[in-house]
Design a protein around this ligand. Structure first.
Ligand code: PLP
Length: 367
C-alpha cells in the first residue's frame, strides 16, 4: 500500500466542524483584514509561546523579514545563521541588504553549532539567526550567552518548530521568534501565514506598524512598511488548530518512538538524535543514510513518501554565489545534504504505515 509523506486531509476530517465554526466566526465579524479574530489568535499564540506579544503576519518569510527590521538590522550588517535550512532564512536577510554569514551545523541535530557561530562574529555582526530545524530547538543556552557577550540581536527561525522547547522554555521566547503557518508545519493554516513573538512592547508596536504599510494612524505613515498581515480567515482556522497542537506533537513523538523501536540497530542508517535538554516536536523525522539516493529511489518505487530536506546547503546554492563559498567550507552541512532522508511522521500516520516504511528500509539494506 502507498504511504503518503503528508496528508492534511486526514487531520481536517477529524476537526471539520470546529474549523468551519472558526471560518464562520471570521465571516460573522465582517473583519477580514486584522480585527477580532487576528487579535484573539495573537493573544492565544503569545500565551502558548510564553511571550508577551505575538504579531500575525502574512508568512514565515515575512515574519523573518519584519523581525530583522524590527530588531534594527540594516544594509551591510552581518547576520550569522545556518546554511542548512529552507532558503527563506537567508532570503529575508538579503531583502534588507544585510549579509548572511553561514556557520556550520552540529552533525547530530543539524542545528547551528554554537562554537562555529562564535568564530564567525566580526565587527559587522548585528544578530544571530538560529533555525530550529525539523522541530528541534537549538542549544539556546550557548546561543543566548553569545548574543549577550557580543551584544547581538537574536532572531529565532521557529518555522519548523512551533511548540518545541529548550530547557522547558518554548522556542520564540528567547529572542524574536519568527513562525510559519505554512500548511505542512505543525501548526499550519489553509494557505500562507506567520507570526513574530516578542516580550518587548516597543518591538511589538514596530512590527504592527511594519506589517501594515508603516501606518501609525489611518493614512499617516511614519515609515515605508509592507502589506503583510495575517488574514483573518487564517486566524479563524488557526485558533481551533492551536488547541490541538500539543496533542498532535505527542502523536508525532509517538510515531518517532515507533520508528525507533522498529529501526533500532538496522544496518545502514542512523536514527535522529534527540537533545535531552529539549523537547523535539518532529516536524520531520530525519534519518541519516550512507546510500541515501538509492534508498530514496527504492522507497519512491514502493510508493512510500519521503523527502530530502535539503539536498544542497545554502552556501553552495547559485543564489548565494556572491558570498564566494566553495565546497568544503562547511563540511557538516555538506555531509548532511548527502545523507538526510525525511520519513513520513504526520500525526495521523497509522501503525501499519510506520511498519511498512520501516520494513521497506530494512529490506533495502538486506539486498
Ligand atoms: C526553516 C524555515 N524558515 C522559513 C520558512 C518560510 O516560511 P513560509 O513558507 O511561511 O514563508 C520555512 C517554511 O517553509 C522554513 O522551513
Amino acid at each position: 500500500m502507498p504511504v503518503p509523506f503528508f496528508d492534511i486531509k486526514r487531520q481536517i476530517s477529524t476537526q471539520k466542524a470546529e474549523l468551519l465554526r472558526g471560518l464562520e466566526a471570521t465571516m460573522d465579524s465582517g473583519a477580514f483584514i486584522l480585527g477580532p479574530q487576528v487579535e484573539a489568535f495573537e493573544a492565544e499564540f503569545a500565551a502558548y509561546c510564553g511571550t508577551r506579544y505575538a504579531v500575525g503576519v502574512a508568512s514565515g518569510t515575512d515574519a523573518l523579514l519584519l523581525a530583522l527590521l524590527a530588531a534594527g538590522i540594516k544594509a551591510g550588517d552581518e547576520i550569522v545563521t545556518s546554511p542548512f535550512t529552507f532558503v527563506a532564512t537567508a532570503e529575508a536577510i538579503n531583502y534588507i541588504g544585510a549579509k548572511p554569514v553561514f556557520a556550520d551545523i552540529d552533525p547530530r541535530t543539524f542545528n547551528l553549532d554554537p562554537t562555529a557561530v562564535e568564530k564567525k562574529i566580526t565587527k559587522k555582526t548585528k544578530a544571530i539567526l538560529p533555525v530550529h530545524i525539523y522541530g528541534q530547538a537549538c542549544r539556546m543556552d550557548k546561543i543566548v550567552e553569545t548574543t549577550k557577550t557580543y551584544n547581538l540581536a537574536l532572531i529565532e527561525d521557529c518555522a519548523q518548530a512551533t511548540g518545541a522547547e529548550w530547557a522547558g522554555k518554548k522556542v520564540g521566547s528567547f529572542g524574536l521568534g519568527a513562525f510559519s503557518f505554512f500548511p505542512t508545519k505543525n501548526l499550519g493554516c489553509f494557505g500562507d501565514g506567520g507570526a513574530v513573538t516578542t516580550n518587548d512592547e516597543n518591538i511589538a508596536k514596530q512590527l504592527k506598524i511594519l506589517r501594515n504599510h508603516g501606518t501609525t494612524k489611518t493614512y499617516h505613515h511614519d515609515l515605508i512598511g509592507y502589506n503583510s498581515r495575517l488574514d483573518a480567515l487564517q486566524a479563524g482556522v488557526l485558533r481551533p488548530r492551536l488547541n490541538m497542537l500539543d496533542g498532535w506533537a505527542e502523536k508525532r513523538r509517538n510515531n518517532a518512538n515507533k520508528y525507533r523501536s522498529l529501526l533500532k540497530g538496522a544496518d545502514g542508517i542512523a536514527l535522529p538524535y534527540e537533545d535531552p535538554s529539549g523537547k523535539h516536536t518532529y516536524n520531520q523525522f530525519v534519518i541519516k543514510v550512507k546510500d541515501r539516493d538509492k534508498l530514496f529511489g527504492y522507497l519512491q518505487e514502493k510508493k512510500i513518501g519521503c523527502m530530502v530536506y535539503y539536498p544542497l546547503s545554502l552556501h553552495l546554492q547559485k543564489a548565494f554565489e556572491y558570498l564566494g563559498h566553495k565546497k568544503g567550507d562547511l563540511p557538516n552541512a555538506e555531509k548532511a545534504q548527502d545523507e538526510v532522508l525525511a520519513l513520513p511522521i504526520f500525526p495521523e500516520l497509522t501503525d501499519g504505515e510506520i511498519e511498512e516504511t520501516a520494513s521497506a528500509i530494512k529490506e533495502f539494506f538486506k539486498k
